[in-house]
Design a protein around this ligand. Sequence first.
Ligand code: ATP
Length: 448
Amino acid sequence: MQESNKLEKIISLCKRRGFVYPGSEIYGGLAGTWDYGPLGLTLKNNIKNSWWKKFVEERDDMYGVDAAILMNAKVWEASGHIAGFSDPLVECKNCRKKFRADHISEGNTETGKLELPKECPECGKFGTWLPESKFNMMFKTNVGPVEDKSFASYLRPETAQGMFVNFKNVMDSFHPRLPFGMAQIGKAFRNEISPRDFLFRAREFEQMEIEYFTRESEWEKIFENFRMEILKWLSDIGLGGGSIHELEVPAEDRAHYSKRTIDFEFDYPFGRKELLGLAYRTDFDLSAHINKSGADLLYYDEETKERFTSHCIEPSFGLDRAILAVLCEAYMEDELGGEARVFLKLKPSIAPVKAAVFPLLKNKPELVNKAREVFTELKKEIRPIVFDDNGNIGKRYRRQDEIGTPYCVTIDFDTLEDDTVTVRDRDTGKQERIKISELISLLKEYIY
Ligand code: ATP
């Protein structure tokens, strides 16, 4: 399969089968926005829940928050976003198309420096660039009815700051001892110059972030521990193969506050690109908020009687980039029973539909009734599952393969005789006969 086609095929499958639709589609769309349909939403929730379970619920040093998207503009002054959250913008004089300079620049083989291309990638005209400028990517808005500067606010471009501003609240409510972390899942907004590559670079997206607070002396150990936990979680959601690569970000490319950053990259069909980041942010953020707000965000160590600013390790996951990676990894084409098929080899634990139940024939009430009975019993324990009696059985299998349903349960004439059903495995197409009394426990074992 050609990698360039693969993304197009995934986008088309996502739309056709109800995973992801273009945002505001009936009005011609809105660039950089995507709407999740029923299956995409379930896949998204499964990935989110797996993350929350691993990084929050299963630990006893994590505190979850869900902060407001709109924050006091001073937050963004302190964090440096108002002054510096910008991308280099260039515009073609001829066709007026705007580009992110670092996305279209190429290395000059003699000087080794990045340079703009001689020709515009859009219109092909030679040497037509307007001077480069800085473009702040935050969406600005007004809070309240008066269009006055003092009411200006921004849609948050990262969830991280919602945790730093609640550091003191969590300390006061729960009195955690260092090291401990805060976690948040939520929307972030960036006015990307050129949104592209489906869910990869959107203007509205979701992040899953942790701010983990520690003493300066312990940061290296904790950083390494998160590095391992991240790899384990990626494997849990089906990204354990060779398509994840760690990039040690060199000092000159790191954010100014970071003393170490690893980008976890994935081999997307459009190239190896950042899926998530792990950064040691030092005490930059808490110090900046102490200075700007005057609030006491210091940590008091009862044993040593010291007061100091905590340092912070930040694993920052892009949920939509994770969903896209999972879809790219799972998308398969093969031949089964002499016919070409497309299937999503999703991990059963994150698949949006866990099983499908079919009566072999639609026009035999005894089969349909028995299938309904099995469906109702199964649904009490395993969800979501679907019932399908539409079209021939081969087509029903294909429909489930395409959305990644790991198991199909068929009720046939033998079922009426001996209370057994066939269970078909999505990946191999192989079927086994199982007693209905054992079906639930067997599927649970396969899926979870
Ligand atoms: P990039 O260099 O690709 O623009 P970034 O380094 O600016 O990404 P961070 O600021 O580190 O990204 O954001 C943390 C995570 O949020 C990223 O690793 C990514 O998963 C996600 N993310 C960032 N920007 C976008 C976007 N425009 N669309 C979807 N996800 C994004």
